[in-house]
Design a protein around this ligand. Structure first.
Ligand SMILES: Nc1ncnc2c1ncn2[C@@H]1O[C@H](COP(=O)(O)OP(=O)(O)O)[C@@H](O)[C@H]1O
Ligand SMILES: [Mg+2]
Length: 369
């Protein structure tokens, strides 16, 4: 059984590593010679839209999935129309919704999921109108292709707005209110091709400069988790979703406000490898193959710390008791996600103490509230 994965980044690599014990094989498509999945599985180096390669991949594989969602939906749709082609999981329509921040927000609104106040912005006058209607501070974001805080600028003054428009204005944008949140959380769940669903405990996420630094789980009161599960279930049902889906939220006055969704396994779920009975990666594979989904029961209180820009000496990291290292094998570059570490503890306080010791080594500037 061979799974085709479009995108050979760290998420794909972690999917393959989770799939080998189940007896699965993998084939990746990624234009980059540096693709981290290349260390663990064969990678075909071609454009994501290459119709010949998509056809070939689809013949070789039982099912096609993604490690990266910004693939041309048009190319995939054209391809999916052909007879006897491998299925895409998640469905291409779900991908299309999640690729555009505006359609994503409209979906949240349509499904009664509270989200930030926002306006689509396609011109300078539209931005001026949005600034009047939404107010400042806010944030101007590209509707497409944003990740790790890229393609967004904070706006506190009209001068900021001018500068942001000059630097981002050549593509469709979205302006939204700045949310002075108490914390950020995310929910991750899976729906299988047989309609079975499972949901992981809520994640508490700490970002700096738009990049995830730390996740702790299980996180927050039970009613946050219940709400998040309701919202996630609505999206899973509505999109006839198959695979893992993630929604990120801001928590403001104890209420969940949806920020964005990711139609894939998510960085805030990396702790599930050591911290849950079944990891998000294994459950994604089970879901797209129609296998029974695995238990999402946490085995303790987990923390995940991202290794960004540099990885401290292995000796130092592994000297910390119970720390697991995942090095994605990428050439280091500033601000690049190179790996992550996790730890699990029986007590949340001890977990936090240990996570702080890990952070002191990895990213001393990041504060864990
Ligand atoms: N409207 C906002 N209010 C407050 N913080 C925000 C807002 N938008 C983004 N951020 C911060 O930037 C991070 C990244 O933004 P996000 O919209 O999730 O884009 P990305 O696709 O880069 O993850 C968020 O997790 C949050 O920390
Ligand atoms: Mg995000």
């Amino acid at each position: 059984m061979t799974i085709g994965i479009i995108g050979g980044g760290q998420l794909g690599r972690l999917l393959a590593l989770a799939g080998y014990p189940l007896g699965l094989d993998f084939l990746f498509l990624d234009p980059s010679r540096e693709a981290p999945a290349g260390r663990v599985a064969p990678v075909v180096h071609a454009k994501f839209t290459d119709p010949k390669i998509l056809r070939w991949l689809s013949r070789e594989c039982q099912v096609l999935t993604f490690d990266w969602e910004n693939v041309s939906v048009e190319a995939l749709r054209k391809h999916a129309r052909g007879a006897r082609r491998a299925r895409f999981c998640p469905p291409v329509n779900a991908l299309a919704v999640a690729q555009d921040r505006a359609t994503e927000k409209r979906l949240f609104e349509r499904l009664g999921i509270p989200t930030t106040r926002w306006r689509a912005v396609g011109s300078w006058p539209a931005l001026e109108r949005a600034l009047r209607e939404i107010g400042m501070p806010g944030v101007l974001k590209t509707r497409r292709m944003g990740y790790d805080g890229k393609g967004q600028m904070r706006i506190r003054t009209r001068d900021d707005a001018q500068r942001a428009w000059e630097s981002l204005g050549d593509v469709p944008l979205l302006y939204e209110e700045w949310v002075p949140y108490e914390c950020e959380v995310s929910i991750i769940g899976a729906r299988s091709t047989r309609g079975e669903t499972v949901v992981y405990p809520l994640n508490g996420n700490v970002h700096s400069e738009g990049v995830l630094r730390v996740t702790r789980a299980p996180f927050g009161p039970a009613r946050w988790h219940r709400r998040a599960v309701q919202y996630l279930s609505r999206c899973l049902q509505h999109l006839h979703y198959t695979g893992v889906l993630t929604i990120e939220f801001f928590v403001r006055h104890g209420q969940l406000l949806a920020n964005e969704m990711a139609p894939r396994v998510h960085n805030s779920g990396h702790w599930t490898i050591e911290g849950c009975a079944t990891s998000q990666f294994e459950n994604h594979l089970r879901a797209i193959l129609g296998l029974p989904l695995g238990s999402t029961r946490p085995v303790g209180h987990s923390a995940m710390v991202n290794l960004i820009g540099r990885i401290p000496a292995r000796e130092q990291l592994l000297a910390l008791e119970g720390v697991h290292l995942h090095d994605y094998g990428k050439p280091p570059r500033p601000d690049r996600k190179l790996g992550h570490c996790t730890l699990v503890d029986a007590s949340p306080d001890r977990r936090d103490r240990r996570a702080r010791a890990l952070l002191a080594l990895v990213a001393p500037q990041v504060r864990l509230p």
